[in-house]
Design a protein around this ligand. Structure first.
Ligand code: GRG
Length: 260
């Protein structure tokens, strides 16, 4: 569990929890537990995604994947425990949250991770390998597979701050949808750059697995234009909040400009 959880990673989802919590007037201490919980869920999804029955990857973040470093059974169990422990963390008794807040956070994270979110997106993805997809279907798949958890990170931050302002909540959700999609479009573009740099395509590449990607469906230039459009839409969603939104906008900018 520690090998995969502490093995680097950009920590985008926990950072979003902290920033959304701050945006809604909450403290870093209030964001700590949901930030850790969502990273644990993310980490579990990567451990299981790398397994031979799924994407069968040997490297993650430049190091051996969990099932290579240990063995397959250990990786399955480490993923299971990361997922379960995330909810143990969110439900732990204490003074930090009201019980209704804890319930809302548990519901938010379980919904985004489970059959209505990430797991459904992953199932859709696996069942469409080698098949043609429309851009709309690709978008729907990514909205579930990666977007749901990114939007949940923002909602968790708002819930941790006990945010009762529906304008702020709606703006955060819209912002989440745009940056969630931007995250995936950027990921596809980075995949192409990695393929070009290494000449021999890396085994982890979606291009190699014959999975549809944004650049393969839209073309490179329209894909880059879409990325900029999504960034502007994300900025527009938070515009009414002025300076208060600046840290979240800086993160959106990072998602679009990142090099890995
Ligand atoms: C196994 C139920 C289950 C789900 C797996 C998220 C996922 C679903 C699979 C990951 C496959 C993948 C590489 C998708 C592309 C987008 C993505 C989620 C990349 C990894 O997220 P980052 O870039 O990872 O935030 P780091 O390493 O920074 O934590």
């Amino acid at each position: 569990m520690l090998y995969s959880l502490l093995n680097g990673g950009k920590r985008i989802r926990p950072v979003l929890v902290y920033l959304a919590c701050e945006f809604c007037g909450g403290s870093a201490e209030q964001a700590d537990l949901p930030a850790a919980a969502i990273e644990m869920v993310h980490s579990y999804s990567l451990v299981h995604d790398d397994l031979p029955a799924m994407d069968n990857d040997e490297l993650r973040r430049g190091k051996p994947t969990c099932h290579i470093a240990f063995d397959e059974a250990t990786a399955i169990l480490a993923g299971d425990a990361l997922l379960t422990s995330a909810f143990e963390l969110l439900s732990q008794p204490g003074e930090r949250y009201q019980p209704a807040q804890q319930l809302a956070m548990i519901q938010c994270l379980s919904r985004a991770a489970g059959e209505h979110g990430m797991v459904q997106g992953q199932a859709f993805d696996l069942s469409h390998v080698g098949k043609a997809l429309t851009v709309e279907a690709l978008q729907q798949m990514h909205a579930l597979k990666t977007g749901a958890l990114i939007t949940a990170a923002l909602e968790l931050g708002a819930l941790a701050a006990n945010c009762g302002n529906s304008d702020q909540l709606n703006a955060l959700r819209q912002f989440g949808q745009h940056i969630g999609l931007a995250f995936q479009v950027k990921d596809d573009l980075l995949d192409i750059e990695a393929d070009t740099v290494t000449l021999g395509k890396p085994s982890g590449s979606d291009q190699v697995r014959n999975k549809p990607t944004y650049p393969s469906l839209l073309g490179l230039a329209p894909c880059k234009a879409l990325l900029q459009q999504l960034l502007h839409q994300a900025e527009d969603a938070l515009k009414p909040f002025g300076d208060r939104a600046r840290p979240l906008l800086q993160l959106a900018d990072y998602i679009v400009r990142r090099s890995y």
